[in-house]
Write a protein that binds this ligand. Structure first.
Ligand code: SF4
Length: 260
């Protein structure tokens, strides 16, 4: 793994817009310190600042995020390209027959559910905003932009944060995927019963409120990458983990006292 220079770990660049941490529950100072220590420990390993993997407009990023749910990146990327080739203008997808959309995205998980859902969500954007664009979100605070997106049935906190963070909007929002969530749970940043959705405001509140979009994106990416590379779902490689001294789960596993 390449070791690149990190962003300024002592003080990442300030956010352009107020982030959703402003209304998040206040965090335990010990967990804030641990979240920062984990960030500082993983950043040099995975090479912060992490390059953005997409430069899509926010509506296209929304479609991409919906396709990616429980699907490998390569498969959802192929499906997105197929959808784009079939419907170069998203307006053309609005009235397309659902089986035709389903055929275009056949490589993703649950295409029969995702095809009508994508169409319904695009219709909701059209009805609520009057045009098929989410570019206007750039003028909102993060919190308001997330609330606007999450008011659409089928759009949850992970998707809303992904649209704001991964698209060209580059807004300071923190998505949490299943790998990120697993590392956060095992290291004790969140409790064992906190699901992915409710973990979003908790994990965001543990990080400095003025962190930039890049710093929050890095935080998401390094925890996700660590979950993929080391903190596997089955058999995490605790003996080789740079977080071992910060992680009660890893320490219990090493001591042989972890529950099965
Ligand atoms: S010590 Fe083990 S359980 Fe903890 S983060 Fe590292 S790999 Fe995961």
């Amino acid at each position: 793994m390449t070791i690149a220079s990190g962003h300024d770990l002592a003080g990442p660049r300030p956010a352009r817009r107020r982030s959703s941490a402003s209304s998040a529950p206040s965090a335990d100072p010990d967990l804030e310190a641990k979240a920062l220590a984990i960030h500082q420990r993983l950043c040099p390993v995975y090479g912060c600042p992490i390059p953005y993997f997409h430069s899509l407009d926010p509506l296209s990023e929304l479609v991409s995020s919906l396709l990616s749910h429980r699907t490998r990146n390569a498969d959802s990327g192929r499906a997105f390209k197929a959808l784009r080739a079939r419907y170069p203008d998203w307006a053309a997808l609005l009235d397309a027959p659902v089986p035709e959309i389903e055929a275009a995205i056949a490589g993703v998980t649950w295409p029969e559910l995702k095809a009508p859902r994508i169409q319904a969500i695009l219709r909701a954007v059209m009805e609520r905003h009057g045009s098929l664009s989410l570019d206007f979100l750039a003028g909102l605070e993060v919190e308001a932009a997330r609330a606007w997106l999450e008011a659409i049935p089928g759009v949850g906190p992970k998707t809303s944060a992904a649209v704001l963070s991964f698209s060209v909007l580059r807004m300071p929002a923190l998505p949490v995927d299943s790998h990120h969530h697993r590392v956060a749970q095992r290291t004790g940043l969140i409790g064992p019963k906190v699901d992915v959705g409710p973990s979003h405001p908790i994990l965001r509140a543990q990080l400095p409120a003025d962190w930039s979009a890049q710093a929050l994106y890095d935080n998401h990416e390094i925890l996700m990458l660590h979950g993929q590379a080391v903190c596997h779902h089955r058999n995490p490689a605790c003996g080789a983990c740079v977080l071992l001294d910060l992680c009660p789960t890893g320490q219990a596993r090493q001591a042989g006292t972890a529950p099965a």
